[in-house]
Structures are given as C-alpha cells and as structure tokens.
Design a protein around this ligand. Structure first.
Ligand code: PRX
Length: 656
C-alpha cells in the first residue's frame, strides 16, 4: 500500500466469502447469534459507560467504584472511588471455588521440560514473591523491570508486582542490553528481575550477561533478582544480585493484596513509534482489567473446561493481556511455551496442541504464513481435533493464509477471530464474536460493544464505505493507555493532535458496505516484522551510531512470511568503502543495539539519500524502490533526481 496517501487507496482485495458461526458453536456461545450482538452493540453505542460499568461489576472490588468515567480529553479516569487488586482478581477469587486445584498454567520449556501450576500453587508463589519484593525494599508505586524468558516466574513476578502495587515494565527477552538500559532509565526502575539465560532455537540466550551490561548504565537499579533457568554459570555481584530460589526459600506464602485505586499504574510497556525513543505506554488497574477480562471471555468464548493457548511472548502486549491478565481473571487453564515455533521441528506447535488438547489457539499471521510454507504434512501428523476456536493478532492476515488456517488447522469447523488492537489500546477493540459474527477472511469485522471505531478523513469526517482513511477511536475506552510514562506532551501530540479529542491509531483502514473493518497497515513510520512493531527512526539511529555510517533511512518492504522486511539505505562516512562485509557488520550492529528482531534483511549503500528541498528524507520513494525496484510515484518535491536514478540502476544491474 502507499503509506502517505491513505485517502486514495483503492481496494485491490475483493473478499466476498462469508463464514457463518457453526450451529453447535453458536448454540453454546456466550454471545449467541448476530442479533444478540447487535443489541449489545446498540447498548454499548448509546451508553458505553453503562456497558463498561456493568462489565466492571463482574470483577472483585475491595471497595465499589462511585463514578464510571471522568474524561478530560485526552486524559481518562475509569471507575473512580473504587479499590481493587488485579492479582486478587486473577488468583484469590478462584481459591474459594473448585478452581483452587485447577491448572492455571501448563508450561512447557523449549527443551521439553514441563511444569503445571494450579491456581492455589500460583497464588502461593505470587504471595511469596510479593514478600520477596517487599524484603528488597519495593513498595507501592515503585517500578520493576522484568527481563525474563517465557518461564512461569515471569507471570509470577508480574502478579507479585500487581499484588503490592509496584508497576512492572516487562522487556522482551529478545531485546539487547542497550534496549534494556534505555527502558530501565526511562522508567527509573529500582529492581531488575532476570534469569541466567533462556532457551531459543536450541541456543541459550545470555540474559544475565545482557542484564549486567544494562545495569551498568542504569543508576536507578539497586538490586537484581536472578532466576536459575539454564544452570549456566553467571557472574553474581555480591550485595546487588540475588538468586530467586534463595530469596523464595524463606518467604512467607501469605501476603494480603494491597487495596489499590482504580487508576493505580499497573504496568508500563515500551513500544515503538515514529520517533527514535520508545514510548512507555502506561496502563492502569481497573479499566485495563475490565476490558481484558471481558474481551478474553467473550472473544475466545471461554468455557470452564477449555485449554487456551496464546502463543505470543509476554514481552509484548498480547502476552500481558491474553496470556496473563485476561485468562487468569477468567480462571481458565492457559498454556505457556518457552521456545521457538519451529524447534526442534516445524510441528512443535501442533505437537503441543495435541499433547495438551488445546481448544482455543491464538497466534500471529506471520507464524501462520511460516507454517503454510512448511506444508500441510507437519500439522497433518497430529490430532488437532480438540481445537474449537482459532485467533489471529498483530498484523493483517491475507485471505490465503486465513483459508489455510481455517482448513488445515481448524479442520473447517473452527471460527477464526481476527483481533485488531494495539499496545496502546490495552485490549482487543475490533473483532468478531465467534458465536455471532459472520466472518470474512482478512477482516477484523466489527468494533466491540462499547467501542466506537471509525474510518475518517484528515478532518475527522467519516469516509464513504469502501474508501480508505484513518482508523480512529472516537470515545474513551476502559483499557486505553493513560499517558506515555513521563511525557504527557508526547502522549497528546502522538495520539490526540491530528483530530482533537479523537484517538488516532496510526493505522489506515476502510469499512465495507456491511461496516466491516479492513486494516490496511500503518500510515506512520512503523514497520511490522513478524508482528513485532519497530520504529524506523530507532533502527536508523542504531545504524548511525556505527562510526562508519553517516546517514541511514529504513523502510519496510512486503515479505511473504514476516509481513514486512527491513531494508536500510545507508550512506557511509567519507573515505569508507561499501564492501559486502560491512553489510553484515551493520546488520549485526543493529541486532546488538536493539535486538535480533530489528536486524535489517538488506543493506543498500548509496552516496546520498533522496530528500525534499527542505531536507526531509523521502521514505515513500525508498519504500517504492525497495518493493518494486523502481519509482513511479510523484517525485516533484525531490531535490536531486540523480540519487534516485543511481539507486534504480543499482537494482537493474543486480537483476542483470
Ligand atoms: O497496525 C496494527 C497492527 O498492529 C499494530 C499494533 O501493534 P502492537 O502495539 O505491537 O500490538 C500488537 C498486538 C495487539 C496496529 O496498529 N495490528 C494489530 N492487530 C491487527 C493489526 N493489523 C491488522 N489486523 C489485526 N488483527
């Protein structure tokens, strides 16, 4: 798609197939039938506050809330006057029911080791670790960085923070020490929780080594807790570093949940935007939990006996909301897998689905496209008949991959919920309800009850159906981000300034004649690689931090598997030769600086970058070049056309 000009996007994709909810599924669903959904949507439309207040009342409150919403655009406060604790809602609430001894987490490590934690066991571990946090001097309002692999200690640490009112900031284990440092510093975190290492694709990720070099530059970090995962020997700094298992030995399993204000900060999660510095998206307590719990229950149509598996990493928002808080608030059994999807073979996911008899499976389009490539024989080796519902998240899914998922994984019997949302929205905003909404492959269908999404032009006016425009949210919603941590000005500018009072998602979209949303991708400089959101500016600044690089411009080009691939156009410092070896060095440099997720697929050296007369790099042209190897778009504002000719020629030469 052309990113700068969403208004003029015409739709190439005509997807007319409709998939109605299977009769048996519909009969048993929490929200059954399209007319039921329409009624709910009507109520939600008329009075979203009332709709969400009703959902909030399903949570356990220490003190009931008095006021549903105070809206001082763009600052929202939900469920004011109430006291509540997220960890009590995810754990204690289940202990007085038969769920006490129900599996909360079925965990499998990449090497094949397993652990099961019942709700009672998880509660015990969380209480003990909450006491550990207190003994290390952490109290309400302090920030705690968590840099762990996908092991049970990760949700335990998050829930322990929530229990005492500390604010967690989870940093994806694939991020580098630089990225970790930047996040520690921005959040002014007092404590870091990490591990000796983690397993990924059969290798050990040296988390503690990364953490050590990050902590050197993070003066606010006073102490480090280290989980023993791999057993590798790692350096421990006396007085600063403590083993998790040592601290837990003497910790009491009793820790009453702290009564917290509804707007108490629950977590910060850093995400990429169109400028270099990652944004600390701040989520608070009651509103977040309300929407997390409601969406998980209804979109995944959770039943007491379900085994639910979301394959995301908890380092991203999907893992926060749909592995930890949403499922546990609903008392469901959730599967958690540590490793890579293709390890040791491309059927690891299907092996796990068969082994744990997974009923609900939620993954990313990039994973689905990878599985398509490996062929049907891998899923066909396994009995996937336990599956009854599938989901996707993180990027648009192409109808071809959707149809494969539906047929080969879902045996043509499982509805697919294509869920649109963002780190900032905290929870799903646009999605089918599987027992109610007829599906169209590639569309997230309709906004949820209580959510007002629209496609508008630059002035905020809704565009005609079939027309491309900007996806916006017109009214506050409970799980919305409250601000960017420490930078309210950026919060206002980033999301609320394009159309005053209306939340700007940064996505292009269109609605079809049935009101179904079709997401067309980002309109800003954000690239989605394998569903991971990366800011071009961040990658560019990593490149420029190399002494041989003068300037860099990074764009995304479509990639069959990963959605987008990163192409970096690089100009070198005077006198430096663009040798092929330098390409690899720079790719490695980016990987070290940000993390391997950001490693460019391709580096192209150029003498200069195409710029406007005012000196702005014309990424649109570079995107076109990277995609089609030629430029047909408007070049009238380009200062020096010869730059483009040279780049175009270099592609032509390669192609012979
Ligand atoms: O562009 C949209 C895309 O992912 C962006 C949000 O990325 P992130 O904050 O990392 O959160 C990902 C998981 C919620 C959105 O602005 N996106 C997310 N879900 C979909 C999607 N694009 C199309 N279809 C989706 N279902």
């Amino acid at each position: 798609m052309k990113k700068e000009n969403t208004e003029n996007i015409t739709t190439l994709l005509k997807e007319n197939r409709l998939f109605h909810p299977p009769i048996a599924f519909k009969k048993a669903a929490h929200i059954s039938g399209f007319s039921t959904l329409q009624k709910l949507k009507k109520t939600g439309q008329k009075n979203p506050e009332l709709f969400w207040a009703q959902q909030a009342k399903n949570l356990k409150w220490i003190k009931p809330f008095k006021k549903t919403l105070v809206w001082n655009p763009p600052f929202a406060q939900w469920f004011l006057g109430g006291k509540i604790n997220v960890s009590e809602n995810c754990l204690d609430r289940h202990l007085t029911t038969f769920r006490k001894n129900k599996a909360a987490i079925l965990w499998e490590g990449e090497p094949g080791d397993t652990r099961t934690l019942t709700y009672a066991e998880l509660h015990r571990e969380v209480c003990r670790f909450a006491n550990v946090l207190k003994s290390l001097g952490i109290s309400k309002g302090d920030r705690v960085s968590i840099y762990l692999p996908m092991i049970p200690e990760l949700p335990i640490a998050m829930l322990a923070c929530a229990r005492i009112g500390a604010t967690h900031s989870v940093i994806f284990g694939g991020f580098s020490s630089e990225a970790l440092k930047e996040r520690n510093v921005d959040a002014q975190a007092k404590l870091l929780i990490t591990a000796d290492g983690g397993y990924r694709k059969g290798q050990i990720v040296p988390l503690k080594i990364n953490a050590d070099s990050a902590v050197t530059g993070s003066p606010s970090i006073e102490k480090v807790v280290v989980v023993r995962r791999t057993g590798e020997s790692v350096p421990m700094v006396s007085g600063r570093d403590f083993w998790w298992h040592d601290l837990m030995k003497s910790a009491s399993p009793h820790c009453p949940p702290e009564p917290l204000d509804s707007e108490h900060p629950l977590f910060i999660l850093y995400t990429s935007g169109s400028t270099g510095k990652p944004k600390g998206v701040l989520h608070t307590t009651a509103g977040y939990l309300t929407q997390a719990a409601w969406t998980t229950k209804h979109i995944f149509d959770l039943k007491e006996e379900d085994t639910y598996w979301c394959t995301a990493d908890i380092g991203w928002v999907t893992g926060h909301t749909y592995i930890v808080y949403g499922p546990l608030a609903n008392g469901v059994t959730t599967v958690m897998y540590e490793g890579a999807p293709l390890y040791p073979q491309p059927d690891r996911f299907w092996e796990l689905v068969e082994k744990y008899k997974v009923n609900i499976f939620y993954t990313a389009p990039t994973a689905i496209r990878t599985f398509v490539k490996f062929g049907d024989e891998w899923p066909n080796k396994h009995d996937l008949s336990s599956l009854r519902l599938l989901g996707t998240v993180g990027e648009p899914i192409n109808p071809q991959a959707w149809l494969w998922y539906h047929k080969v994984i879902g045996g043509s019997r499982c509805p697919i919920v294509d869920t649109w949302w963002q780190t900032e929205t905290g929870a799903i905003m646009i999605s089918p309800l599987p027992g109610a909404t007829p599906l169209k492959p590639g569309s997230g269908t309709l906004s949820l009850p209580g959510i007002q999404a629209e496609v508008v032009d630059k002035t905020g006016k809704p565009v005609a159906s079939g027309q491309g425009g900007y996806l916006v949210i017109q009214k506050p919603w409970p799980a919305m981000l409250r601000t960017i941590y420490g930078d309210s000005e950026r919060f206002k500018k980033q999301y609320w300034s394009q159309i005053p009072g209306i939340y700007f998602t940064g996505d292009g979209a269109r609605k079809d004649k049935d009101g179904y949303f079709w997401i067309m991708g980002r309109i800003d400089d954000v690239i989605k690689v394998s569903g991971h959101r990366l800011g071009t500016a961040e990658i560019e600044s990593a490149l420029v931090s190399h002494p041989k690089v003068a300037e860099a411009a990074v764009v995304g080009r479509p990639d069959e598997i990963t959605g987008e691939g990163i192409v970096a156009f690089v100009t070198l410092q005077g006198g430096v030769q663009p040798e092929p070896a330098l390409s690899e060095i720079l790719r490695e440099h980016v990987s070290k600086t940000i993390g391997s997720v950001a490693r460019p697929a391709e580096i192209r050296f150029t003498d200069t970058l195409p710029k406007t007369r005012s000196g702005k790099i014309m990424r649109r042209l570079l995107r076109e070049l990277a995609t089609s190897h030629q430029v047909k778009g408007d070049v009238t504002t380009l200062e020096d056309f010869s730059v483009l000719t040279k780049l175009q020629t270099s592609y032509e030469e390669e192609e012979g």
